[in-house]
Design a protein around this ligand. Structure first.
Ligand SMILES: NC(=O)c1ccc[n+]([C@@H]2O[C@H](COP(=O)([O-])OP(=O)(O)OC[C@H]3O[C@@H](n4cnc5c(N)ncnc54)[C@H](O)[C@@H]3O)[C@@H](O)[C@H]2O)c1
Length: 368
């Protein structure tokens, strides 16, 4: 059933302002509006393989009604696809099938396909028009917004890339119906992050995930929630497009999370689980360094997270070593995004290892 409301959030950058359309079954209308009812003579589609299997018929039928030719590259699911090999395979399709600088590249999938496809669009012919169609909650509220594109290198994640803004983002929540529970949780962590750093009303909005199965969430409430998150990211990006300052607040919980991911391995803990634990630790460290976080607003959501990693597998010493190796370090101190109070993030250098140890305990207490 089609939801009545759709929301549009403009994202302003130095180069352009583009729209993010959020709604149910909005893919076709948003493309029609972008091209003012005309038909493209060609479109390139870069699509995640699971999304192709689950929603391919719909996506191909919509794109075929908007273009005379559609050339498709399917991207295997998983972080490994953010590679030079897959970048080159996409380039082969584009360049051999007659890419031109006015032909859009439509990228349909989660953050992996989005980052890869965005980088392909940024680099083919020095830039082809990019249309993001995020299909995970995380990609809708986070990775499709703000223009960061890229692939991984053997020495680290996201080390090859470009800032490249899309022409349009279409967050069609119909895709989310097939999203597995663990992927909802990955998106939820980023949503709770926005609540903590900018808009605490989002904590209440997130109660939709507590009331029912996540993929049965009320469509209207979900659209409003995604809209709020995109507006926050758009506002932060507008003020700090190239990540030279303010954009760091989007890393709330992430310094702890990256250490956990490095220590546990990415298959044992998901990014969303690590970010949730990281936010609990960051809240504790905020309190230990003088903040006044009156109530623990993350508490109601703890029941949505389960972990494969056990506390006896973790050591504070090793985790701290990972944080020390991280680039967010000056001298002996580690730089964290903490909260002065809810909605008021602050960058703090913390040197006292006992405080950091105490903060880790809060995260460990969530584990078996
Ligand atoms: N560019 C940015 O600003 C930014 C921000 C945050 C994260 N990221 C990147 O995003 C990536 C993570 O993105 P993600 O969490 O979306 O993961 P993902 O792209 O790996 O997708 C997660 C899983 O969900 C599947 N999937 C996608 N849509 C689905 C749907 N509608 N139904 C069923 N299954 C579906 C995928 O096949 C995959 O198995 C990481 O590489 C991260 O570095 C980028």
């Amino acid at each position: 059933m089609k939801a009545e409301g759709k929301a549009v959030v403009p994202v302003s950058t130095t180069e352009s302002t583009y729209k993010t359309v959020i709604g149910e079954q909005v893919l076709a209308d948003a493309l029609t509006e972008l091209n003012e009812g005309r038909i493209w003579d060609k479109l390139f589609l870069i699509i995640d393989e699971n999304v192709e299997n689950l929603h391919g018929d719909h996506v191909h039928s919509v794109l075929s009604s908007h273009a005379s030719e559609v050339h498709t590259q399917i991207i295997p699911a998983g972080e490994e696809s953010k590679s030079t090999d897959h970048w080159e395979q996409c380039m082969d399709v584009l360049l051999k099938k007659g890419a031109r600088r006015n032909i859009p590249v439509v990228v349909v999938g989660g953050g992996v396909t989005g980052d890869l496809g965005g980088f392909v669009a940024a680099t083919a012919l020095r830039g082809m028009p990019l249309i993001h169609v995020p299909t995970t909650l995380l990609a809708m509220v986070d990775s499709s917004i703000g223009g960061k594109t890229g692939i991984n290198h053997s020495t680290g994640k996201n080390l090859i890339g470009a800032f490249y803004q899309p022409r349009l983002v279409i967050a069609d929540i119909s895709f989310l119906k097939t999203l597995p529970e663990n992927e909802w949780v990955n998106g939820l962590s980023e949503i709770l992050k926005y609540a903590a750093i900018r808009d605490a009303s989002i904590f209440e909005d997130c109660s939709i995930f507590l009331e029912d199965e996540m993929n049965n969430a009320d469509p209207q409430k979900l659209i409003l929630l995604i809209r709020k998150c995109i507006s926050i990211k758009a506002d932060v990006v507008k003020q700090d497009e190239y990540e030279s300052g303010l954009r760091a607040i989007l890393n709330f919980g992430h310094t702890f999370a990256h250490a956990l991911e490095t220590e546990c391995g990415y298959s044992k803990i998901s990014h969303g689980q690590a970010v949730f634990l990281g936010m609990l630790a960051a809240c504790k460290l905020s309190s230990l360094t003088g903040s006044t976080l009156k109530d623990q607003k993350l508490d109601p959501f703890r029941s949505l997270y389960t972990y494969a990693v056990e506390r006896n597998e973790l050591s504070v010493k090793k985790l701290n070593r990972h944080m020390m190796a991280d680039k967010k370090r000056t001298g002996r101190a580690i730089r964290f995004v903490l909260l002065e109070s809810w909605q008021h993030p602050v960058l703090k250098e913390v040197e006292d290892e006992d405080l950091i140890r105490e903060a880790w305990q809060v995260a460990f207490d969530e584990l078996k």
